[in-house]
Write a new protein. Sequence first.
Length: 96
Amino acid sequence: MASCFVVTFSAIAESSKLNFLSLEVSVDGKLRKVDGRLGFAEVIMRPTLTVVVNEDFERGNRLLDRTEQGCLIARSLICPVKMEALVRCADEVLAR
């Protein structure tokens, strides 16, 4: 799911001409057993997007939301998929 999210975001960002430094995605899933079969009860995606300039902060958030809706794997799951996104500016990362 993380790979699908990154590929989808990259395509959306390219068509939107958003310059970004990095995108890291972690995914956690909770399993449940129904009728003797394992399946996902919930999936949480945690993308961290680093934009080049502070002015792209809001646009980065919007594009992450569009990516959540466009990610084929996330859309194909029957369980809830939640996203906890973080957008930061490269200045913040470099200041550390």
